[in-house]
Design a protein around this ligand. Structure first.
Ligand code: HSE
Length: 435
């Protein structure tokens, strides 16, 4: 039987998981690939207590794996964008196919890496970079290839979704839930990437490139994290029939492309509203198929390993390998990606949820209403809470109709300048996601 030699660089959470899934499921994988997948070389700074490396060449210098002439597929699982980029480029130049779970690397340097891979007639696969074990790259690049993708919206950071779920359902503190997500191996080495939205932005640009056939443009994504969310807003959203999720959203409109990551109120009867814990889900609106939803574990050793190993199996099977049937990394060749305009965030229109603490005095409501009206923003719903015993401030919650962020920014600045409004006005976008 044919065999393929694999080199794995990095034996952390995902590297260890990949090594063990390849070993534990060897029989099944061999049958499916019609090829024996042999891990012949591991590059790692330390051995792993969970991996039996007996009989396998182990190098402390990971570049030894890229230089090893016997390795045919190099699996990059070290993370980061400096050494990882050098390693991946060295492997490509040496004529090896590459599999990676590194979303930062693909989002920030994918255009260059894919062009290099095309030049050297090798494949770079990255299914595990987005949404853990969900085969979303395959779905977009292959399963939905017949569709013009209108938009997609996804819960694409498992750590953030885990924290929000724990805060909402168990009343846990943000920092407590984050510590547990770290202990479970969900969070990034620097968890700021999770809670400030950078990780979701990395994944969103890759999804958008696959969906719209545009170059990877990480710097163009508007990004807000979850650190400012309060249980108060979660509660008011719920009263209004919404749930707050941290979403990555990409839309193709007549004016151009929207790329944004931010907390979002979504109707609580959507399937996406039920995606809790470390689970991820991506809702995609295709021109022919309509909406489709993809759901599963978004992080963790074995779910991510599932996606890494699927890419390895594809390459071992020869799927898309070779000049006769190349499978372009982003669905079309790098030279054929389209240059579409990006819509600046100030011009992106959505409905809005706004909460402000106002003085319990006559005329305050009409002043607020007139500021909205001056900016052409119409009010869809409004809740005013009676002040508590001995309190002089009331919470005013406003749901608006579609309004551009630029107009909302001006209205919020004017409201925050009023003596009758206390502190900052909280604002969160709303999305109906109704296709
Ligand atoms: N830290 C990432 C997450 C890991 O929580 O989604 C998977 O990409």
């Amino acid at each position: 039987m044919k065999s393929v030699n694999i080199g794995i660089c990095g034996l952390g959470t995902v590297g260890g998981g990949t090594f063990n899934v390849l070993r534990d499921s060897a029989e099944l994988i061999t049958a499916r690939a019609a090829t024996q997948l042999r891990v012949t070389h591991v590059g790692a700074r330390h051995d792993s207590s969970t991996c039996d490396l007996a009989g396998i060449r182990v190098s402390r210098d990971i570049f030894e794996v890229a230089r090893d002439p016997e390795v045919e597929i190099l699996v990059e699982l070290i993370g980061g964008t400096t050494v990882a980029r050098e390693l991946v480029e060295a492997a490509i130049i040496a004529g090896k196919h590459v599999v990676t779970a590194n979303k930062a690397l693909i989002a920030e340097y994918g255009n260059e890496i894919f062009a290099l891979a095309e030049k050297h007639s090798v494949q770079v696969r990255y299914e595990a970079a987005i949404a853990g074990g969900i085969p979303i790259v395959k779905a977009l690049r292959e399963g939905l290839a017949a569709n013009r993708i209108e938009w997609l919206a996804g819960i694409i950071n498992g750590t953030g979704n885990y924290i929000l779920t724990e805060m909402r359902d168990r009343g846990r503190e943000f920092s407590d839930a984050l510590s547990e997500a770290q202990a479970l191996g969900y969070a990034e080495a620097d968890p700021a990437f999770d809670v400030e939205g950078t990780d979701a932005a990395h994944k969103l640009v890759i999804l958008a490139s696959l969906a719209f056939g545009i170059p990877l443009q990480f710097e163009a994504v508007y990004t807000e994290g979850i650190t400012e969310l309060t249980t108060q807003d979660v509660g008011y959203a719920s009263e209004l029939g919404y749930i707050i999720k941290h979403l990555g959203i990409a839309k193709q409109t007549d004016e151009g492309i929207e790329l944004r990551v931010h907390p979002t109120l979504i109707p609580d009867d959507l399937l996406l509203a039920d995606v809790d814990g470390v689970k991820n889900a991506i809702l995609i609106e295709g021109g022919a198929v309509g909406p489709t939803l993809y759901y599963g574990a978004g992080a963790g050793a074995r779910p991510t390993a599932s996606a890494v190993v699927a890419d390895v199996i594809d390459l071992a099977r020869g799927v898309g390998v070779g000049a006769s049937a190349p499978l372009p990394a982003l669905g079309v060749a790098i030279a054929d990606l389209r240059s579409l305009p990006l819509i600046p965030i100030e011009k992106v229109k959505t409905p809005w949820y706004l909460r402000m603490e106002v003085a319990d005095k006559p005329g305050v409501l009409s002043t607020v209403a007139s500021i909205f009206s001056e900016q052409g923003i119409s009010i869809e719903a409004l809740i005013q809470r009676a002040p508590g015993e001995g309190q002089t401030l009331v919470s005013l919650i406003v749901l608006t109709n579609n309004a551009p962020q630029g107009s909302v920014d001006i209205a919020v600045r004017k409201m925050e300048a009023l003596a009758t409004i206390n502190g900052k006005v909280t604002r969160i976008r709303v999305e109906a996601l109704d296709g």
